[in-house]
Design a protein around this ligand. Sequence first.
Ligand SMILES: Nc1ncnc2c1ncn2[C@@H]1O[C@H](COP(=O)(O)OP(=O)(O)OP(=O)(O)O)[C@@H](O)[C@H]1O
Ligand SMILES: O=P(O)(O)OC[C@H]1O[C@](O)(CO)[C@@H](O)[C@@H]1O
Ligand SMILES: [Mg+2]
Length: 319
Amino acid sequence: MKRIGILTSGGDCSGMNAAIRAAARTALRMNIEMVGFRKGYLGLMKGDCLTLDNKAVSGILHRGGTFLQSARSPEFRTPEGQQQALAILKELGVEGLVVLGGDGSLTGALALHRLGFPVVGIPASIDNDIPYTDMAIGVDTALNNIIYSVDCIKDTASSHARAFVIEVMGRNSGYLASIAAIATGAEYALVPERAYNLTEICQQLRARYEEGRDNAIIIVAEGAGHAQEVADSIKDAIGFETRVTVLGHYQRGGAPTVFDRLLASRFGKKAVELLVSGTSGIMVGLSCNSMLATPLEDVIRGEKRPQDEVLRLAEVLGI
Ligand SMILES: Nc1ncnc2c1ncn2[C@@H]1O[C@H](COP(=O)(O)OP(=O)(O)OP(=O)(O)O)[C@@H](O)[C@H]1O
Ligand SMILES: O=P(O)(O)OC[C@H]1O[C@](O)(CO)[C@@H](O)[C@@H]1O
Ligand SMILES: [Mg+2]
């Protein structure tokens, strides 16, 4: 291969820049030119790209977000959009593509692979809802952002003897909510993967209030309900005065943690090595601290369930 491309798609996350840098530097060492497409599949369909030489990827490792920018592009879901992308890749002489993103973006990568174009995927989504990797890029940074906020809220909750309902991201995934609850000692994690009973929760919170406990933290994954609605339906029954915080997009930004910088760098290097060695239609992943390569077909068909051990831990800790 003489020229390969890279793009970041879907919700951005911290560590994407580190992966782009590692991928570009790996390619350059093999005398392969790398181009970066702007705004994910949108830029791919338009041929909006820049050359990623050593200088272009300098000074980006520690920055959150993605300097290539990201987007959600409904047009790329259509056969016409995909054909347009293939025509651009051909016109630019790009012979392979690295795609960073979540489950949706990786489904797009699989579509290109099925059309005969060489693609390797890198899991990058704070949702951590992608199977065949213990962690996706960005998850660790998002969790650190969340626990910093929850710790702060706990201080004020305790001063005022209040209950807080805190909403975190996770459209279909309760990973951030459940790990954040374990890491902050929250009382409840409401997640889309597990049914919950607000009447029971109210009874338990009321008992807690009557025992004189001075605060309660309920973390809600956005896919399990809106924090304001949860608060509205419990506030009159629990005794505690109740407040709501929606952490929102704050969670997705910020300097990547060491874990994310290292994981992203490993993924970027591995993805390019696999692509150049002639492998296509696979996703790199992390398993037991080793690099894993899994067919995108399996990744897209699969489902990432919360680990039993983590669920048991939450149960033992009373969450
Ligand atoms: N079934 C599909 N076929 C082709 N392309 C797809 C498909 N699903 C998603 N994509 C492409 O990937 C883009 C990003 O997908 P999506 O919005 O689901 O985010 P994601 O990659 O899952 O990231 P996150 O969930 O972390 O925000 C879509 O806008 C679209 O361009
Ligand atoms: O930034 P947007 O497009 O509003 O997307 C928000 C969604 O993206 C995610 O953060 C994943 O990146 C989801 O958890 C969330 O629902
Ligand atoms: Mg997704």
